[in-house]
Design a protein around this ligand. Structure first.
Ligand code: TMP
Length: 236
């Protein structure tokens, strides 16, 4: 497949057209941002880790009945994905209080939630991705009620599959963010990435951060932690 012109450059990825009208190529960058672009930096090797970890986890999810945009990894940083129109929502799933939820509800980070929390944020950088509920989503026309039900069902299923899978690698899945898209047939499929950029991964024993919080909070050691996740999941 031939890589054609760049369609879009985001904070962590570039997207290119290809000579197949139903496919794009995604290229993962080492650029890191936090606080809606307020903090900028580089995590060396991050693009490689996120590309490979995302594809590894999406393959596992596909094998367990979750449709994804993954087509084929072409090299360390680039992957062919199905063309989708992104549903403009960040879907956040939480098992343990951390980050913005801990702050908003006055909970200590690390408190296990009595039940799983699902949140939606409206993807709009200018507005700072505000949290929305089902009523806002219907009013904005982001997704139909049936689509949103499908998205919620997939999100809970992904939480169970990922949580169990990561446990075997000594990683606790604290929370994570998903994005979904509509494929050429209008079917909802999982898109974007599943990586230390978009998930909170804690070491099961020590509760050490193995994710982007190391960068967001200036804790140091992000490069090593990303590599550690890659090696625990893919063995290299
Ligand atoms: P939060 O606690 O900052 O709301 O983040 C919840 C989870 O969602 C965390 O795993 C990081 C992820 N996330 C993203 O991937 N992108 C974002 O823009 C935000 C706000 C969170």
């Amino acid at each position: 497949m031939k890589k054609l012109e760049q369609l879009y450059e985001g904070k962590a990825k570039k997207v290119f057209k290809t000579d197949d009208e139903n496919c794009y190529i995604v290229e993962y960058k080492d650029d890191a941002t936090a606080g809606n672009g307020a903090k900028k930096g580089t995590i060396l090797g991050k693009g490689v880790v996120n590309n490979r970890v995302t594809n590894h986890l999406m393959k596992m999810l596909e094998q367990n009945g979750i449709p994804t945009h993954l087509v084929e990894e072409i090299n360390d940083r680039e992957t062919i994905v199905k063309k989708v129109t992104i549903v403009p929502l960040e879907v956040i799933v939480r098992n343990v209080a951390a980050g913005s939820l801990a702050k908003r509800l006055g909970m200590e980070e690390g408190t296990v939630l009595k039940s799983t929390v699902l949140e939606y944020c409206y993807k709009d950088d200018d507005l700072g991705d505000p949290m929305v509920n089902e009523y806002h989503i219907a009013a904005l026309g982001c997704a139909t009620p049936d689509e949103l039900k499908q998205i919620a069902d997939y999100s809970f299923k992904i939480n169970k599959l990922l949580g169990d899978y990561l446990k075997d690698a000594g990683i606790e899945l604290i929370d994570f963010k998903l994005e979904f898209g509509r494929d050429v047939n209008g079917k909802i499929i999982l898109a974007d990435e599943i990586s230390p950029d978009t998930c909170r991964f804690w070491d099961s024993k020590t509760h050490a951060h193995l994710d982007k919080d190391l960068f967001r909070r200036d804790l140091g050691g992000a490069e090593e932690a990303y590599k550690e996740v890659l090696s625990r999941l893919l063995g290299k």
